[in-house]
Design a binder for this molecule. Sequence first.
Ligand SMILES: Cc1cc2nc3c(=O)[nH]c(=O)nc-3n(C[C@H](O)[C@H](O)[C@H](O)COP(=O)(O)OP(=O)(O)OC[C@H]3O[C@@H](n4cnc5c(N)ncnc54)[C@H](O)[C@@H]3O)c2cc1C
Length: 417
Amino acid sequence: MRFSGLRVLREGLTGNRGWAPHWRDPEPKSEYDVVIIGGGGHGLSTAYYLAKNHGITNVAVLEKGYIGGGNVGRNTTIVRANYFLPGNSEFYSHSLKLWEGMEEDLNYNVMHSQRGLINLFHSDGQRDAFVRRGNSMIAQGDDAVLLDREGVRKHLPYLDFDNVRFPIYGGLLHPRGGSARHDAVAWGYGRGADQRGVDLLQNCEVTGIDIENGKVRGVQTSRGPIRAKKVAIVVAGRSGQVAAMAGMRLPIESHVLQAFVTEGLKPVIDHVVSFGMGHFYISQSDKGGLVFGGDIDFYASYAQRGNLPMKEHVMEAGMTLMPMIGKAKVLRSWGGIMDMTPDGSPIIDKTDTEGLFIDCGWCYGGFKAVPGSGWALAHLMATGESHETARGFRLDRYRTGRGIIDEEGTGSQHNLH
Ligand SMILES: Cc1cc2nc3c(=O)[nH]c(=O)nc-3n(C[C@H](O)[C@H](O)[C@H](O)COP(=O)(O)OP(=O)(O)OC[C@H]3O[C@@H](n4cnc5c(N)ncnc54)[C@H](O)[C@@H]3O)c2cc1C
């Protein structure tokens, strides 16, 4: 089934009776060439690109809950390529290019909106850092525009420019940054993978990983054992637990990250805006809700829910930056479990077990990475070689100390975020 404007019109006129489910609901087969553990954005995009780019279609994605129920459906939907250091910047640059062709490629409206992202700065030192970042982005082939105070005021007149403690000096505008509808990304990749023959198995929890003579043989699941020649662990906040099934101890801490949405308001915030002196970022959804978030919780946890201290912390930052937000009513808040690495950068690599791969450590920035990560992991699984954009994402960098990519020196050190 292809989506088009004409199709929507025809269905609207004929009672919407022609729509079919987005994907099949198959029974697990006893064996696949590839099993991907985790039906989030990264697992689904990996399955899609395995099929599309490499013709590998005897693939199953095993999801313990439902497709889109993890972080891919819980994030604040920011998509950007404003990274500073080689290792990360070429990867996110590639990922953003994939975002720009995603809707056509998937034949799916993911509501990708390049509304522009503005990172604010509040001191001369911070301005210097943003100038360097902007130059590095331009050198990488991405876009960046330095805005002075008046330049920011033109775009974001509602901010508190003269806040005594954190006056706004200017901002770095990334015009191609923006947002997208998060669940649609999961549904689009899921549908695309299913159409190419991939089995999406929901309510299928992996409970064990079978390894013989240093080689992966398959997995144990709540729906029975499944043999596989290759297995990928792509489970975000649960990475440490699932990797332990293969005897691995990962350099990952899991922390909750919360997000908030207000009641629907008339359009007021056109861009994605991030505060430079506190961890607070905000955009407005197409429904009118102000969507915002801040820091991860300051302690490790697998509790997929929010708590009051962090709410207060985020609201304080929001009120400092834009006091007008105090008039909005918060409608909902929620949490997702983040897989934080010591250097704040991800891992896409083989493991010491033959045929077992891992894709994790996306910290709180993995939504924008969904296409790039799937592309790179599919490449690695199909060819045995790291994709050129993801060569730095090696697991052994934590053992050897070589190739650590830290962006801002905070990594999983939560009190520094
Ligand atoms: C509040 C919040 C705001 C965020 N904001 C942004 C943002 O603005 N921009 C950005 O780029 N990123 C953001 N992120 C981060 C981003 O959402 C994540 O880094 C990314 O979604 C993680 O990859 P995923 O989509 O594959 O994870 P998930 O969707 O969590 O997928 C992993 C899946 O694995 C499944 N699983 C776990 N264990 C098992 C098992 N044993 N067997 C089978 N399945 C299993 C889980 O059920 C889950 O569905 C945010 C995250 C949160 C929580």
